[in-house]
Every structure is written in C-alpha cells, then in structure tokens.
Design a protein around this ligand. Structure first.
Ligand code: 3H9
Length: 705
C-alpha cells in the first residue's frame, strides 16, 4: 500500500487533545509524505474547535529517526522541517511530543520545536548527524545549546551518542519520563498545560545558558580535535554553530546553522558517510538464503581461549547481556585472561565510559571453566585459540562430542580454511567463521566466513548474532585471508614495492595518514611485531610455496628481522623507537638503496599522490576480484570491511566508494599502468573493466557526465 500524507500522519481526538500519529515505516523518518501529512494535521488541529492541545506520537513504539536520509542530494519537495517547526512554534495550542523508541536528529529537533516532551523511560534521544557527515540542521545546535549549555551541546552533538530519556530529562531536553503508556502520559500532560494556559515556551529563545559563556572552550575543542577531524567538515561546523548559539540572537543563530548545514550537505564526506550508513545495513543482508530459514536463538555463548581475542569476544557478549562460559586449557591461562578482562573494565570505569554497576552486571555473566562439558548447553561457541590447524581440529572434534545438537560452532580464525576446520566434525553445516578484530571488545567488524557446507540457518544466525553483540557483520567466502586480510596482503605488498622504487616507510606512512588512515602500513607492522610474519615466510620458503629469488620478493622485512629489529618491542623495526615514539632511521634508507641497487632498480622520487593512488588502486582491484569471484556479496561490503575493521577513513566511504568518486575509469588507468610495469599481479579485475566499458558505477547504474 502506498503511503499518502493522510496515512503517514493520522488524526484522532482524545479528550479534547488531537493525537497526531506518525506512521511512516520503517523508522518514521521525515520523508516527504510524512512532512506533508504533519503540516496538514497541524493545520487541522489548529482549526479544530474541539481541540485544546496537540500530541505528536510515532506509530509502532518509535518516534522519529530524523530526516529521510534517502532524500539527501535530491531536489526538495513539500514542506521542509523548518516550516513544520515554525508552525509548531506559532501554535496557540500546546504541543507535546510523546517520545518512545528513538527521537534522533531531525526527530529530536522536531520535538524540540514544540514547547514540551514526554518520553517513555526506554526511549533514546540524540543528534547523530555527525556520523553522516552532517550537523543538526533543524535548529538542533541552537536549541540544545540554549536548553543545556554549550558544553553539553558540544558533547552530545560531536559524539552523536544516543542518551536515555532520564538523562535527557536531567539535561532539560525532556520534561517528563514515564514507565507507562507514553501517549496517555502525553495526553494528560497536554491537558494540564492547556488548562494552565499560554504563552508556551519557545526553546530557541531561552537565554540563561548562553549568557555567561567562556568562549575559550570553542577554541580548545577545535585545537584538541584538529588531528582527529582532519579532512572532515561537520565537526568543525558543529563547533561554529554552538558558538554562534552563544553569540547571535535566536533567528540569526538558526540562519547560521542552516548555512553551515548546507556546506556539510555539499561536502564529499557527506556522500561518503551516507554511503556507509546504507552499506552497513545492506552488508547484514544475505542474498539467496532459503526464504523459510529460521534463526537459531542465541541466549548463551561459549568462548574457547581467554587470550586477547577470546577475552575481547567474551566482553562484547557480556556487554550485550549474554551469559558467557569461557574455557582455557590451564588454570593459570584462565586466571590471566580474566585478570585482563577485569583490567580492561577498570580502564573503562576510569575513563567514565562505564559505571561500576554496569561492569559488575557484565562480569556476573562471565563463567570461567576448564571443562568442555560446561559448554554443552551453549547456543554458540566461538573458538579463539592461536592459528594452528591441528589444534583447531582437535578442539572442533571435542566440541562435536559435547555440544548440544544445532549449536553453532564458530572459529575466530583469520587465516585458516573453515571447510577444513569443519571437517573435524560430523556437523559441518553448523560450522562457521566469525573473524573478530583486535581489540575485539572495541572493533566493530565481524567477518562471518561461510564454508561450503555451512547451512543457511547457521549463516543467518551468525550474521544476526554479530549484530546482537553490537558488531557490524560482513559475509565473506572461504578464500585465503577472507576479505580484509586478502586485500591487506595485496596493498602491503605494493607498499613494499614502493619502498624499493624510491619511497621511505615514513613517506608512505605519512601519505596514508594524510589520506585519513589512523596509521600507516609500516608503523602498524612495527606495532604488531615483525617476527611472526618472518617465521611464516621462512616456513613458506622451506615448503617451496614462496620464492625468495623472485623479482617480486621484497627482502627488507627479512633483513630487519635478521638484524633483530622486530618492531616497537625491540626498539627498532622500520623505525627507531624511544618508548612508543617512532623516528625515521637513516639505516633503513641505506638498506633500501642496497636492495634496489641489487635488483637493478633506479630509485626515484615518488609523490604522495602516486603512493596513495597506487596503494588504493591495488585495494580496489583486489576488492573487485573478491566480489567477482563470489567471496564478497557486493562492492559496498568491501567498504564496510575496511571502514569498520581496518581504519579506512569513514569520511571517504571505503576503498570502492573512493574509486567511484575518483572515477572508475581513472582507477582502471592506474591499474593498467601498473599492469604494464609489473605484470600479472596487477591484472585488472574483470568486474572493474566491465563497469568502465559500460560507463556504469559499481551497482551497474550509468555514471553521470
Ligand atoms: C537529520 O536528521 C538531519 C536533520 O538534522 C536536518 C534536517 C533539515 N532515513 O538501522 P536499522 C532505514 S539526518 C531513511 O536497520 P534499527 C534503514 O536504512 C538523520 N531510512 O534499524 C533500514 O532500511 P532497510 C539523523 C532510514 O532498528 C531501516 O530503516 N538520524 C533512516 O536497528 C531500518 O534501519 C539518524 O542518523 C533514515 N533516517 O535502528 C538516525 N534510518 O530495512 C539513523 C533508518 O531497507 N537511523 N533507515 O535496510 C538509525 O540510527 C537507526 O536506523 C535506528 C533504528 C536507531 C533509528
């Protein structure tokens, strides 16, 4: 059934109060029919002689999730949010917003345009526009500052966090919180206000919180975050707007905010972040599953291994309220793992990100054990021991013996074949990879790796479970390195080649940092330690799967390890270290000159642009191959993987989106130039060639111009 303004907002009079119910699935966003409907109903209520007050409520227990993000970048139709807000401010009848579920972004701004808000105690409110490369453009920066003061406004709007109704009340954003039916409470509240009589407050005109402001706070925030916000537009504009709320009158402040909103709308980072918003939600969807697939209910989790990964995975689960039994082979390892988990929680208490009460509640859900039998009733068990196939197979054999039928058996492997792990059980359909990223309690990405025999139920359940514990799931096929590490290996290799061509580790790292990565390739390797990869290379050389005499073999990392330079932990690697501080080391340049000379390479100056383009083009080409080979469902899944697991700057939307913004044809040119220079490993992905030949973007839509 198509949505019309009449159905998007319905009208009902209860006890002299007009109840306007917004029903615009899925999340009651401020889309065109809804805005038209609301304008129409506000007028109807204003003119209705039987009505003394107005209540705005959202259907299906949710208020309004903000502007309709699908409309950004399209021509505006119908009344805008600002027009609705003017109508609400001008209303002679008191308007009460009844907030349940979420009031976010433009949704909260809508509620703040009226004089009063009653919220259900479970409701959450927030101004999360910054996560979309935007700022609250419906008066949010002005009203929040005037209601709660600039410090609160900066914290709320720059973090984009959702806060509880009771916190909202504490800040003055909510008038009343109820455990009962929010519409009933709002109707009663509205009747009371109508009986008391007007004029009703206009929140944008409040002054006491913007009167004695220390203006130094704005410069402090800008300075403190200058590095973190590099390349972004919205956070700086948010600070400007909150400052403007303290300096300008209410109407000028609103105008200032609208101009700043427009600038954010036009910035490329807005398109990138909105791309990621939808990409994240699309990534959770699995194509081709049987329509009657049923999710298995996950209410108890087992984790095998209490090391860094196991502990982090367990924390993610208990933070989400799921009981976890964590198993180790030896008591000392179990004790050390639990101590680490507690230590992590202590840090979060000190930082103020969690309360003692929340931590106690989470830790009460964690049960340590040394016995496999104690895992028997878990709905999912996640193995997180070190990467050794024989050990993993032994563990999965034991799990096969003890776990209840239908339990999901997951491995956190980052490199080993899920099919081979599954072969150790008599129930390969229940086996799946859940590859978390370190620190697992913080990092959002979870690659769900489907083996050939994984059942539809297991796949769907693992994807839903990842969401349940607050992760961003991406489905990957069982290829070497899955999605993320397969691409990492390719672009790490290209970075090594660039060193031999004439670059230095610090030039490459700085170029990547300037692009927006939190850290460059070589600093990251130094932090992780170079010795493990060295041993793996030696193993592969001995096994004959890696040829150290091939011209493509880049020996610098071996030279470093032979010299005992294992990275930060030994005081030197690609850099020299004083504690954690890295400095460039001329010895590395000498080593590189020798390596290049031996290979007959004349070292040359490389521009930062060439470095970034080469590294990114290699990521894009590999990403396209992964999609083409069916190991990822779609190109936007590559973006989600990189933005949520590998530090790719979110305001650039991910590597595949970057390629699209640069022009797929331009990226293909870079790939072809390298193909000519280096040969096969740069062979262009067919998917990319096909899209360029057809003048299409990744989704097959025609490219404008
Ligand atoms: C803004 O308000 C600007 C103003 O300041 C200025 C105006 C002048 N629009 O997340 P879910 C879709 S900017 C359109 O899986 P949940 C979503 O794509 C906005 N669509 O559900 C998905 O579609 P599909 C500020 C939206 O229950 C479906 O709804 N607001 C929007 O896990 C379900 O989404 C925000 O940033 C939207 N605004 O979480 C809030 N929101 O089923 C953004 C969602 O086809 N939204 N969809 O894949 C959220 O944070 C979450 O969706 C929410 C629900 C918490 C509401």
């Amino acid at each position: 059934m198509s949505v019309t303004p009449e159905t998007a907002v319905s009208y009902d009079v209860r006890d002299e109060v007009a109840v306007l119910t917004i029903d615009f699935p899925p999340v009651n966003a401020l889309g065109e029919p809804m805005r038209r409907g609301l304008a129409m109903r506000l007028e109807q209520a204003a003119e209705d002689p039987a009505v003394k007050a107005i209540v705005l409520v959202g259907a299906n227990d949710r208020f309004v999730a903000g502007a309709d993000i699908r409309e950004f970048g399209k021509p505006k139709q119908g009344p805008g949010l600002l027009e609705l807000q003017l109508m609400m401010e001008a209303s002679e009848k008191p308007i009460v917003s009844a907030v349940d579920g979420h009031a976010l972004g433009g949704g909260l701004e809508l509620a703040l345009a009226g004089p009063f808000r009653v919220a259900a105690s479970r409701a959450k409110i927030g101004l999360p526009e910054v996560n979309l490369g935007l700022l609250p453009g419906g008066g949010g920066t002005q009203r929040t500052t005037r209601i709660a003061g600039p410090e609160v406004a900066l914290d709320l709007i720059l973090s984009g966090k959702h806060i509880s109704a009771s916190k909202g009340k504490e800040l003055g954003l909510i008038d009343e919180v109820t455990d009962g039916d929010v519409t009933e409470a709002a109707v009663a509240f509205a009747k009371k206000k109508a009986a008391e009589g007007g004029p009703y407050p206009k929140l944008v005109e409040l002054t006491d919180k913007v009167e004695k402001v220390d203006f130094a706070i704005f410069e402090d925030v800008r300075k403190k975050n200058a590095r973190k916000w590099k390349g972004m537009v919205a956070p700086f504009k948010i600070v400007d707007c909150v400052e403007a709320a303290c300096k300008l009158g209410p109407r000028d402040g609103l105008k200032f905010e609208q101009d700043a909103f427009q600038e954010c709308l036009e910035a490329p980072s807005r398109a990138a972040q909105i791309h990621l918003f939808f990409a994240e939600r699309t990534a959770a969807k699995v194509e081709g599953l049987s329509p009657d697939v049923k999710l298995k209910k996950i209410s108890k989790v087992g984790v095998i291994g209490a090391g860094t990964m196991g502990g982090g995975i367990a924390m993610s689960c208990i933070n989400a309220g799921l009981p976890v039994t964590i198993l180790e082979a030896k008591q000392e390892a179990l004790d050390a793992g639990l101590a680490k988990v507690k230590g992590n929680y202590d840090i979060s208490i000190k930082r103020g990100s969690r309360s003692q009460e929340q931590v106690d509640k989470a830790l009460a859900l964690l049960t340590p054990t040394l016995e496999y039998a104690d895992l028997a009733d878990c709905d999912i068990v996640i193995e997180a021991v070190f990467e050794n196939m024989a050990i993993k197979k032994e563990i999965f054999g034991k799990l096969d013996d003890v776990m209840k039928p239908g339990a999901v058996l997951a491995s956190n492997t980052s490199a080993l074949s899920i099919d081979e792990i599954a072969s150790a059980t008599k129930r390969p359909g229940d086996v799946i990879g859940t590859h978390f990223f370190s620190p697992a309690n913080v990092m959002k990405l979870c690659e769900v790796v489907r083996g050939d025999l994984a059942s539809d139920e297991t796949i769907a359940t693992a994807m839903a479970f990842a969401k349940q514990i607050g992760k961003v799931p991406v489905l990957a096929g069982n290829c070497e390195g899955f999605i993320g590490n397969r691409i990492l290996r390719v672009y790490g290799g290209e970075a090594d080649i660039l060193l031999e061509a004439g670059a230095t580790p610090w030039q490459i790292d700085q170029a990547l940092k300037d692009f927006g990565f939190p850290m460059g390739v070589f600093l990251m390797r130094d932090m992780a330690g170079l010795d493990v990869a060295w041993r793996m290379r030696q193993g592969r050389i001995e096994a004959g799967t890696l040829d150290p005499d091939s011209p493509e073999y880049t020996p610098l990392a071996d030279r470093l390890c032979e010299a005992g330079r294992f990275g930060q932990k030994t005081g030197s690697g690609y850099y020299k270290y004083e504690g954690r501080d890295a400095t460039p080391d001329p010895e590395i340049v000498a080593m590189l000159e020798e390596i290049s000379a031996k290979k007959g390479i004349t070292r040359r100056e490389l521009s930062d642009e060439e470095i970034v383009d080469t590294i990114l083009a290699s990521m894009v080409n590999e990403g396209a191959k992964i999609v083409e080979e069916g190991y990822a469902q779609r190109t936007s899944d590559i973006d989600v993987t990189y933005a949520f697991g590998y530090g790719f700057p979110k305001y650039r939307g991910g590597p595949m989106f970057w390629a699209q913004q640069k022009g797929l044809d331009k990226v293909l040119e870079i790939i072809n130039a390298n193909y000519k220079r280096y040969g096969d490993r740069w062979k262009p992905a067919k998917l990319l060639e096909d899209r360029v030949a057809a003048g299409q973007d990744w989704e097959g839509k025609p490219v404008a111009g």
